[in-house]
Design a protein around this ligand. Structure first.
Ligand code: SF4
Length: 387
């Protein structure tokens, strides 16, 4: 294993409003590369410029906490709590009321795990979480590691001060299959144990059942077991997603998993991913969605309202997003309607005034929507009863 400390130039991604999924508006990756070595990992694709070999050479952005703080301050965001660097100052709470609207910060994502073993050595994720608490930022985090529990206290502090959501990425319950797919990640059971512990401490959390791996881990025995474990762990949601295989991870996945362990499925994968880079089985998805619903779970993560945002627009944003989500099962994912709905949800989530009030700002917001978006918004307002 080679650890390469580096100095990053910037950290937080540009401001975007990600609707659905984690609702992140800006995100950051303190590491590059991932020791967990999942054979399907999208991060293996060269256009992410991850160090190579992907799971043996990990770059550590050593200055992540400093950059994070600098970028928040540049946005005018006030520090609310004193830093915990072990000085006498830690005993004093500084009383700075929040004035600047917050945004939802995502730590980590699909191309590196923020609780891979490097974290034990460098603790960059912990330092970033410390900053999230100091600045009272609503935060989300995605991991496949039980090591997240080592930061339980800090995660609770963020959750109490604002909002903390920890999502565990899970694909398969069976240990043998899991090792073939995710050789160095925590076992699925340990991930569920960690989720249960976090939920018992009031931290928001759930499962990202992704990717659903055709022929290898898409049987209902596996999927139902994951859903049952999610219920047992008190998950708030089970979101799910399909397998994406782009040129580099497709080759890796075929060579490391399909050919050696599932030679009978090689031709399926070659055909299914010949012209496109994702696929799903419509019947599996139908059954899975029904099972999720039957267990009273949500397919979508809860949406926090960051400080400074308008609460009235929240149920409308959710409604619009739900509609776009449902549309993806009946129309092409790229349909114009779906794009227009997502665009509307993105606009709504950051609009600081209630769209049901009357003001010049609201009039100009509405005037900038397409006719279709205006209709959809009126419908959502009528159905959501927010007037
Ligand atoms: S844990 Fe996530 S980032 Fe790491 S290899 Fe697996 S899929 Fe990729």
């Amino acid at each position: 294993m080679q650890y390469v400390p580096i100095q990053a130039k910037t950290l937080l991604s540009k401001r975007t409003s990600e609707v659905g999924w984690f609702w992140n508006e800006r995100s950051c990756n303190p590491y590059r590369g991932c020791f967990h070595g999942c054979t399907y990992c999208d991060g293996r694709n060269t256009y992410y410029h991850s160090p190579q070999p992907f799971d043996r050479k990990i770059e550590i952005k050593m200055n992540s906490p400093e950059l994070f703080e600098k970028e928040l301050l540049k946005d005018g965001i006030e520090r609310v709590h004193q830093g915990g660097d072990g000085t006498l100052l830690d005993f004093y709470e500084i009383d700075v009321p929040k004035r600047t609207p917050r945004f939802i910060v995502g730590i980590g994502g699909g191309v590196t795990d923020v609780y891979q073993p490097a974290e034990r050595k460098y603790r960059i994720t912990r330092k970033l979480l410390q900053k999230c608490w100091e600045f009272e930022m609503p935060t989300t985090l995605l991991t496949k590691s039980h090591l997240v529990l080592e930061d339980l206290e800090l995660l609770s502090k963020i959750n109490k001060a604002d909002w903390m959501n920890v999502t565990f990425s899970v694909t398969v319950w069976d240990k043998t299959i899991q090792r073939r797919l995710e050789p160095q990640a925590s076992s699925t059971k340990r991930r569920f144990d960690a989720l249960q512990e976090l939920r018992a401490n009031g931290i928001h959390g759930g499962v990202c059942l992704m990717p659903i791996i055709p022929k290898i881990a898409d049987d209902m025995t596996n999927l139902n077991r994951i859903l049952d474990e999610a219920v047992k762990a008190d998950a708030e949601f089970v979101m799910w997603g399909y397998l994406t295989l782009k040129p580099d991870n497709k080759k890796y996945f075929l060579d490391k998993t399909v050919r050696p362990f599932y030679p009978e499925h090689v031709s399926y994968y070659l055909d299914a991913f010949e012209k496109k880079w994702y696929t799903w089985d419509v019947e599996v998805v139908k059954k899975l969605r029904k099972e999720i619903k039957d267990r009273g779970l949500s397919e979508i993560t809860p949406l926090p309202v960051p400080f400074g945002r308008n609460k009235t627009n929240l149920p409308l944003t959710k409604k619009i997003y739900h509609k776009s989500y449902e549309l993806s099962f009946t129309k092409a994912r790229e349909s114009m309607e779906r794009k227009a709905l997502i665009d509307l949800a993105k606009k709504l989530i950051t609009f600081p005034h209630s769209v049901t009030s009357s003001s010049n700002e609201v009039s100009s917001f509405l005037a900038n929507l397409s006719e279709f978006q205006q209709e959809q918004l009126s419908e959502a307002i009528a159905q959501t009863n927010v007037l």
